[in-house]
Design a protein around this ligand. Structure first.
Ligand SMILES: *[C@@H]1O[C@H](CO)[C@@H](O)[C@H](O)[C@H]1NC(C)=O
Ligand SMILES: *[C@@H]1O[C@H](CO)[C@@H](O)[C@H](O)[C@H]1NC(C)=O
Ligand SMILES: *[C@@H]1O[C@H](CO)[C@@H](O)[C@H](O)[C@H]1NC(C)=O
Ligand SMILES: *[C@@H]1O[C@H](CO)[C@@H](O)[C@H](O)[C@H]1NC(C)=O
Ligand SMILES: *[C@@H]1O[C@H](CO)[C@@H](O)[C@H](O)[C@H]1NC(C)=O
Ligand SMILES: *[C@@H]1O[C@H](CO)[C@@H](O)[C@H](O)[C@H]1NC(C)=O
Ligand SMILES: *[C@@H]1O[C@H](CO)[C@@H](O)[C@H](O)[C@H]1NC(C)=O
Length: 255
């Protein structure tokens, strides 16, 4: 069983609604919804300048998603400023990236438009918008979310293998010559029958040190939410980087 848990409990009802709806919405394009964080509970009405700026930002993101896996945009001034970016998983095609950005914007329009700051994570992409500055700093971990299995692997050496494997992937991802930039995945043998599949990636405008800081923090955060490597599968979803492992394969390289 996979559970999706919201860091802000007040929004759990919203999360359930979104989970149900996006499952129905996304079967056509086969996108995989992971989690949402809507921060600041006061609603923004749709006749505000902030809302208009948000729609402009969305439109910029959508148009760039056919040509790039990452794009940052700002819209408006002062208290109405919206900063936004999307980050598509580097191993998915641009067609998938575009479909995912499109679906995510639809998700915002239906459920999170009343928030000043929101992140939606799909397996294929994530979008963040906020009225605050988006600093490209590796140590930024809020808002964050996670997906994991409550079932544990019983072998006691599994958490150690997870730790070693994920650290190796982090080193590989941040080596500057790596392509795609700041993306690494791999498989380690756990038993003769069970593999350990791991993946890490960061936003590509990061410096290598920031990517390493971000992913190392993500690895450490497994202890606060997800059984610290005991679980069969865990995804740590941060605003600027992601880390994921599973005992079943989940990598789907671009066609
Ligand atoms: C926006 O809508 C709200 C409620 O519908 C209304 O109270 C407010 O005056 C409107 N603001 C503008 C700038 O039109
Ligand atoms: C974008 O989303 C809309 C509404 O869900 C849908 O009708 C349209 O086909 C989507 N476009 C792409 C390129 O996925
Ligand atoms: C963003 O919005 C929140 C909630 O309205 C507010 O507390 C915060 O000061 C705003 N940030 C900026 C930079 O205006
Ligand atoms: C985060 O990183 C920035 C520079 O990259 C630094 O100025 C700041 O002090 C760091 N914050 C924490 C909490 O480590
Ligand atoms: C898995 O391990 C965690 C951490 O030790 C524990 O809290 C949890 O109850 C375990 N889950 C099951 C289903 O045994
Ligand atoms: C993971 O490995 C690093 C060194 O490679 C070590 O410092 C850290 O304590 C390990 N974490 C766990 C949870 O075993
Ligand atoms: C995992 O096992 C397969 C088959 O036994 C072997 O070919 C492969 O090299 C092993 N991989 C690692 C990382 O040990």
């Amino acid at each position: 069983m996979t559970i999706q848990k919201n860091v802000f409990p007040i929004l759990q009802i919203l999360l359930i609604i979104i989970t149900k709806t996006t499952t129905a919405q996304t079967t056509e394009t086969q996108l995989n919804y992971l989690a949402v964080q809507c921060t600041y509970s006061e609603p923004i009405s749709t006749n505000t300048t902030y809302h208009a700026n948000l729609l402009t930002a969305f439109s910029n993101l959508l148009s760039h998603s056919t040509i790039n896996h990452f794009f940052f945009t700002s819209s408006g001034l002062g208290p109405d400023l919206v900063n936004a970016f999307y980050l598509c998983r580097p191993d998915f095609s641009l067609a998938t990236c575009h479909a995912c950005v499109n679906a995510t914007i639809e998700t915002f329009k239906n459920f999170c438009i009343g928030r000043k700051e929101t992140i939606v994570w799909y397996q294929e992409c994530m979008i963040r918008y906020t009225n605050n500055s988006i600093s490209p700093s590796g140590n930024q971990t809020e808002p964050w979310s996670f997906v994991y299995s409550t079932l544990n692997v019983s072998e006691s050496n599994f958490p150690m293998l997870v730790n070693t494997t994920m650290r190796e992937l982090i080193s590989e991802a941040v080596s500057v010559e790596h392509t795609p930039r700041f993306f690494a995945y791999g498989k380690a043998n756990f038993t003769a029958f069970v593999g350990l599949y791991g993946m890490v990636f960061c936003r590509p405008d990061f410096a290598p040190e920031d990517c390493e800081i971000c992913l190392t923090l993500a690895l450490g955060m497994m202890s606060s939410c997800c059984g610290n490597g005991l679980s069969f599968r865990t995804a740590i979803l941060l605003p600027n980087c992601q880390l994921r492992y599973d005992t079943a394969p989940f990598i789907f390289p671009s066609p």
